[in-house]
Design a protein around this ligand. Structure first.
Ligand SMILES: C[S@@+](CC[C@H](N)C(=O)[O-])C[C@H]1O[C@@H](n2cnc3c(N)ncnc32)[C@H](O)[C@@H]1O
Length: 416
């Protein structure tokens, strides 16, 4: 069993477009599409990129066309595990990296659906979210300041037989009737630097809110690492979304996009489990480690819903500063946590742990740190380099209010 994780987005936003408009137009022509299909097949059978590029040039393709074909073919192959029709779609490398996961786009799009609803999709890129909004039944106006990407978006919409209007414009300059809902997925990189502050997004989140915050419904996609104390965080519902074990995004919902008076919520995909918080986070007492240790889903932790998750099953916290929960009775199966059986609670000294491990049946060991100031490698060396593996026993080193403790856990019972 692997721990929950935060998968950093591989988002890049550049001032220079990653495909120029002439090349994008050619790529969407039948000559361009045939070349991409051929290059994709060549890559599929193990063809080398350099040779394929040479073959494309030998066919008379301009060098910029040949490299766009190769980039589109490579991106298409990478997109296959997420996009059902990747082999018909067009991506640039960065356009694909920046695109929302289709599962996540589809989930987000559901809140935009309404009778005769028009949605302005700001920062549409190659159209990951645009396609999902249109497929959910919205009329969509897609806006981006990158002409090449908008051309690929138009191609992708044709593949899906969706009617989508596009506008080449700065997101902040576009005119919209006051009845339109607004979806925005601003860029989160400046050059090679990943930005976290909302005012550094492209375009800045406070500018989007100032310009469109009074639309009937608004959803703005943010990094899941958004700082809850960011002074520009608008007053709305902040939803954290997890796909499998990975925390993938946060969305701030305003107006009718917000569900009732929710201030925070969390969603687990692909299952669609959803929890919301309307007031302050629920405070759980701390107490001794019980028979089971619960690792709460990161989306619930970030939305500060772990207290509510724990309160439901009578759990308490291992330490005030950690979202790690414990309970004596076997917890019911739930998507909101992973449960492990506690085998031992020991002082956090390698000698004590080594002694315990020596007396126990041998199993692969995974070392997990919970706020302690040490390193996994150091502990592994100090324990005499035991066999390692993620599926077996775990040594959880936890910083508690009274110093560190070592908890040995086993996935055997109660693991989901
Ligand atoms: C994170 S990507 C959007 C990905 C898209 N939602 C998808 O799923 O495919 C951000 C996009 O914002 C665009 N962008 C950045 N600043 C902009 C601005 N001021 N006006 C319009 N578009 C902008 C970039 O060109 C890029 O395509």
């Amino acid at each position: 069993m692997h721990g929950y994780g935060y998968r950093p987005p591989t988002i890049t936003t550049r001032a220079v477009p990653d495909i120029d408009p002439d090349t994008a137009r050619w790529l969407t022509s039948s000559a361009g599409l045939d070349a991409v299909a051929d290059a994709t097949s060549d890559l599929d059978v193990g063809g080398e990129e350099l040779r394929i590029a040479q073959r494309l040039r030998d066919r008379g393709l301009l060098p910029e066309h040949a490299s766009a074909v190769l980039a589109a073919a490579t991106a298409r192959r990478r997109a296959r595990d997420r996009w059902r029709d990747a082999d018909a779609l067009l991506f640039t490398r960065e356009g694909l990296e920046q695109a929302s996961d289709p599962e996540v786009s589809a989930w987000r799009a559901r809140r935009f659906v309404g009778q005769d609803r028009t949605v302005l999709d700001l920062c549409a890129g190659i159209g990951g979210d645009t396609l999902a909004l249109a497929e959910a039944g919205c009329r969509v106006i897609a806006v981006d300041h990158d002409p090449g990407r908008l051309m690929l978006l138009e191609h992708n919409a044709r593949v899906r037989e969706l009617e989508i209007e596009t506008r080449l414009s700065d997101a902040l300059d576009v005119d919209a009737p006051t009845t339109w809902w607004v979806h925005a997925d601003p860029g989160r990189r400046r050059g090679t630097t990943r930005v976290r502050a909302l005012r550094e997004h492209l375009p800045p989140v406070p500018s989007i809110v100032e310009r469109f915050g009074t639309a009937p419904g608004v959803g703005i996609v943010l990094s899941p690492a958004v700082d809850l104390a960011d002074p520009d965080l608008p007053d709305g519902e902040l939803e954290f979304v997890q796909l499998g074990a990975d925390l993938v995004e946060a969305i701030v919902w305003l107006g009718e996009g917000r569900r009732g008076s929710a201030v925070a919520s969390s969603t687990l995909l692909p299952g669609g489990e959803h929890l919301a918080r309307r007031g302050d986070p629920e405070a759980l007492p701390t107490g001794p480690v019980g028979a089971h240790l619960l690792e709460v889903a990161p989306a619930a932790i970030r939305a500060r819903l772990h207290g509510a998750v724990g309160a439901d099953i009578g759990a308490h916290r291992v330490a005030r500063s950690r979202a790690l929960l414990t309970v004596d009775q076997p917890p019911p199966p739930s998507a909101w946590y992973r449960s492990r059986t506690v085998e031992a609670v020991l002082p956090a000294h390698p000698r004590s742990v080594r002694r315990w491990l020596k007396a126990a049946p041998e199993r692969p060991l995974e070392i997990v740190l919970h706020g302690v100031d040490t390193s996994v490698e150091r502990w592994w060396r100090d324990l005499g380099r035991p066999q390692r593996g993620p599926e077996g026993r775990r040594l959880e080193l936890v910083r508690t209010d009274d110093g560190a403790i070592a908890i040995v856990t086993d996935p055997a019972s109660g693991a989901r």
